[in-house]
Design a protein around this ligand. Structure first.
Ligand code: NI
Length: 172
């Protein structure tokens, strides 16, 4: 089932999500829904708070090349346990702020631990787009959006655009 993606500004996007201690069938179904919602958007990552669920769950797949095998990842309680001093700047976007993009600088390489959909502990090193994406999604679990890295003026400009878009969507 496809879920509705919350649009910024929304108080639920500013909340800290709670850790998952037992991966229920409901949570697995939520992860499947989130993957479907992400692929259809289309996007490369989605965090549970973006569909209104304040649990520490993210999904991502940064395989973008046509013809390459997809690599859907489901992460419960993802955590960055190490980050490189080396930084990387990517133009980021977010399904909660459609059509808005800005450069964000983050560590280039990160080690991430998480629990997979079967409750198995995982650890992996990510770099490039994967590193940016996983950090962006984990930020969502802490109530943080990519625009929070921008200068206030730019952030306010993007928020105003979103308020206007939401008003138009509400009228439609
Ligand atoms: Ni996002």
């Amino acid at each position: 089932m496809k879920r509705n993606i919350l649009l910024h500004p929304d108080p639920r996007l500013k909340k800290v999500a709670k850790p998952v201690d037992d991966i229920s069938d409901d949570l697995r179904a939520l992860a499947d829904d989130m993957l479907k919602t992400m692929y259809e958007a289309p996007g490369i990552g989605l965090a549970a708070p973006q569909v209104g669920i304040l649990d520490r769950l993210i999904v991502l797949d940064c395989v973008k090349e046509e013809g390459e095998t997809p690599r859907p990842l489901v992460m419960f309680n993802p955590q960055v346990v190490a980050a490189s001093d080396d930084l990387n700047t990517y133009e980021e976007g977010c399904l909660s702020l459609p059509d808005l993009y800005a450069d964000v600088t983050r560590p280039r390489v990160v080690d991430v631990t998480w629990m997979d959909r079967d409750g198995k502990a995982k650890q992996e090193t990510f770099d490039g787009l994967w590193a940016t994406c996983v950090q962006h999604e984990i930020d969502h679990l802490n109530g943080k959006l990519f625009i929070d890295y921008l200068k206030p003026l730019k952030r306010q400009m993007m928020t105003r655009k979103m308020v206007k878009l939401k008003r138009e969507l509400a009228r439609a």
